[in-house]
Design a protein around this ligand. Structure first.
Ligand code: NAD
Length: 382
């Protein structure tokens, strides 16, 4: 295993992949450190970015994705890692933000050997980064990573302990945030009879469909993967499936991005007539100005890292229970964890109140609120 530290500023000489030039990416944004790992034996090629640890060690996802270029993987890990700092701050945890990405097709290149190698890489970071599942990884993958490191979450719950697959909690958080947005826009939090278009019918999208169907929403979906479409067709026969490019221009109430990032962009936004955007995907806005574009079109955008924090809330409870350190004045158990996720609705309202008060779009409002939390916790310069 070769691990390289590609830190901003002082570590630049140690860089193995000079061409990555991490500091030149717009989303570098003062990252504390970026590590790259390569292991010829297992085939592992991975990056771990640590954006900010003012509040505590970095907790984030481990994504596996078939990146078209090295640049794309760097851009993705930096954007995700930065987002985690904001997400963990607004979710109210003494945790910083980081992210891991494994380069490769999860359907083709994933193996136990590769995941164990990823576990070894995380172990080498000695607790500076704690990982949980993300797109392209599963609870079982976290169990394999756990063979090599304790710094992994979302493991099967032991009797009477917290843990388990966080994906249903991610979907539940989106559902709670969606209801808060509906209350705001329509004067009722009921999703019954609303048309909800779900882009991406993978792990979170599928769980979200269950919750929305139970509430009587009218579901429309799109996915580029035939297997994912087949699964929803079997589970939700009344759901309407549309083409991946047709979903943006639908007449509907809520658009739920649950696929990859940057789907709210120059091309998609002008086609949209939805009232609300509320979904699980990370980095939904291709660029910060798309926040304003959506507001100008009177589309209520619920910032991604506010509404998709169900997973980090679930795994953070698991983390603090395992550590035996409770940062709250309530006990850590399944009920309090679920109640914490339900408070995503309150955070949505705080963000939208701030946006209205200061006349800024919601993404900018969320950033300001999160920055107040983690920048004020800035570590003293030693
Ligand atoms: P997943 O890989 O299980 O599902 C994503 C689905 O999106 C796949 O079925 C894929 O085929 C589909 N897809 C990709 N591009 C598409 C496109 N252009 N149009 C339509 N479908 C497309 O991933 P997931 O775990 O469900 O995560 C979905 C999103 O939510 C990701 O952005 C992820 O980072 C974010 N997220 C996930 C979690 C989690 O716990 N898994 C938590 C928070 C946020």
């Amino acid at each position: 295993m070769q691990g390289d530290r590609i830190c901003g500023m002082q570590g630049m000489n140690e860089m193995k992949y000079e061409d990555l030039a991490v500091t030149e990416y717009p989303s570098f944004d003062g990252h504390e450190c970026v590590h790259s790992f390569e292991d010829d034996t297992s085939g592992l090629k991975a990056l771990v970015a640590i954006h900010n640890t003012n509040l505590g060690p970095a907790l984030g996802g481990c994504r596996m994705f078939n990146y078209r270029s090295e640049k794309n993987s760097v851009r993705d890990v930096l954007r995700l890692s930065r987002g985690l700092t904001y997400k963990n701050a607004l979710a109210g945890f003494p945790l910083g933000g980081g992210q891991a990405v494994i380069v490769g097709n999860p359907h083709v290149n994933k193996s136990d050997v590769l995941l164990e190698s990823m576990g070894q890489a995380i172990e080498e970071l000695d607790g500076a980064f704690i990982c949980a599942e993300d797109s392209g990884t599963s609870q079982r993958d976290m169990e394999v990573i756990h063979r090599k490191t304790d710094h992994v979450l979302g493991l099967p719950a032991q009797a009477g302990r917290l843990g388990g697959d966080p994906v249903p909690m991610a979907a539940y958080g989106v559902y709670c945030g969606m209801k808060a947005a509906a209350q705001r826009r329509f004067g009722s939090d009921s999703l019954n009879d609303l048309v909800v278009a779900i882009q991406g019918l993978g792990s979170v999208g599928f769980e979200l469909c269950k919750l929305l169907q139970a509430e009587g929403a009218r579901l429309v979906g799109a996915d580029i993967d035939g297997m994912a479409v087949k699964r929803v067709r079997e589970a939700f026969p009344e759901m309407v499936i549309v083409g991946e490019h047709d979903i943006f221009a639908l007449e509907g109430h809520i658009f739920a991005p649950c696929a990859m990032g940057a789907q709210l962009n120059d091309n998609s936004i002008p086609q949209m007539h939805f009232d609300i955007i509320a979904g699980s995907a990370n980095n939904q806005l291709a660029s910060p100005h798309h926040d304003t574009w959506l507001a100008d079109r009177d589309i209520l955008y619920i910032p991604d890292y506010v509404i998709n924090s169900g997973t980090v809330i679930a795994v953070a409870y698991e983390y603090f229970e395992r550590l035996g350190k409770n940062p709250f004045d309530h006990p850590l158990n399944a009920e309090t964890m679920k109640a914490h996720i339900e408070r995503i609705g309150n955070t949505v309202n705080d963000v939208l109140d701030f946006a209205e008060e200061y006349g800024v779009p919601p993404g900018q409002a969320a950033d300001s609120l999160a920055e107040k939390v983690f920048l004020s916790a800035k570590k003293p310069v030693s």
